[in-house]
Ligand binder design. Structure first.
Ligand code: ADP
Ligand code: MG
Length: 250
């Protein structure tokens, strides 16, 4: 469904991504792991054209794009099929949970207000937040805000959802509720690329794991093999350091 080849990104003189290849099939959950500064966010930003790649090709739904030469129209059409969930929730503070979900549907997708609200209630229900549909972000906990952000992302029926450390801004006791919503989406067959530090989540939910460091993929593989038999010394060191990670029993 998505194939990236030779993706590189350079900021001034620093190469932040170096010839990244990535394949995502329908229904797959890809976990991207790696220490801070390894290029994980930049990878997601290049995939969604929030950042211009220095080099690389993207094949999406059978069409191949030179990532350095895409038109605004092509970017718009690719983005319509992507959902995003960021670390900082990014909800509109002056809109209720419901309005945060309907906004993109009525403006970018020209869905009628009635249909958008129906869809938004459905999605909020799915993340366990419909009972707070009239609440403003400031009246919600971080975990609840992130669940609204997930409802917003799935409301547009994206083909793939990109998550950038969706729980890292949350207190530990709120992390579990967000991870369980994500697990549910995964079980329903949602295609997801998830940058995360939650090893137990990656272990239980991901089908494929990518470990990055310094802008390159150090190791990748089926989640089961990756955690059971990591091959690279750097991966082993990283996994050892992360083993204190709390198991949220999602
Ligand atoms: P990660 O998400 O894995 O922590 P990032 O993708 O955020 O890593 O960053 C990778 C590297 O790119 C870091 O060294 C960071 O300082 C650098 N970087 C990220 N964005 C910019 C930018 N806009 N300008 C210059 N350097 C950047
Ligand atoms: Mg990051």
């Amino acid at each position: 469904m998505i194939q990236v080849s030779g993706l590189s990104k350079q900021f001034e003189s620093t190469k932040v991504l170096n010839e990244i290849d990535l394949t995502v099939s329908k229904g797959e959950v890809i976990a991207i792991l790696g220490p801070s500064g390894s290029g994980k966010t930049t990878l997601l930003r290049c995939l969604s054209f929030l950042e211009n790649a220095t080099q690389g090709f993207l094949t999406f739904n059978g069409k191949t794009y030179d990532m350095t030469r895409v038109t605004k129209k092509q970017i718009r059409s690719i983005r319509m099929k992507l959902g995003f969930v960021f670390q900082g929730f990014n909800l509109f503070r002056n809109k209720t949970a419901l309005q945060n979900v309907t906004e993109g549907l009525t403006t970018a997708r020209h869905i009628s207000k009635t249909d958008a609200e129906k869809k938004a209630h459905e999605m909020l229900k799915k993340v366990g937040m419909d009972y707070r549909s009239d609440f403003y972000p400031d009246e919600l906990s971080g975990g609840q805000q992130q669940r609204v952000a997930i409802a917003r992302a799935i409301a547009a029926n994206p083909e793939v959802i990109l998550f950038d450390e969706p729980t890292s801004a949350l207190d530990p006791e709120l992390t579990g509720e967000v991870l369980s919503v994500m697990k549910k989406l995964a079980e329903e067959g949602t295609t997801m690329i998830v940058v995360t530090h939650e090893m137990s989540f990656a272990q239980k939910v991901a089908s494929h794991v990518i470990f990055m460091e310094d802008g390159v993929i150090v190791e990748e593989g089926a989640a089961r093999d990756f955690f059971a038999h990591p091959k690279e010394e750097r991966t082993i060191r990283f996994l050892k350091k992360s083993s204190i990670d709390y198991d949220y029993s999602i």
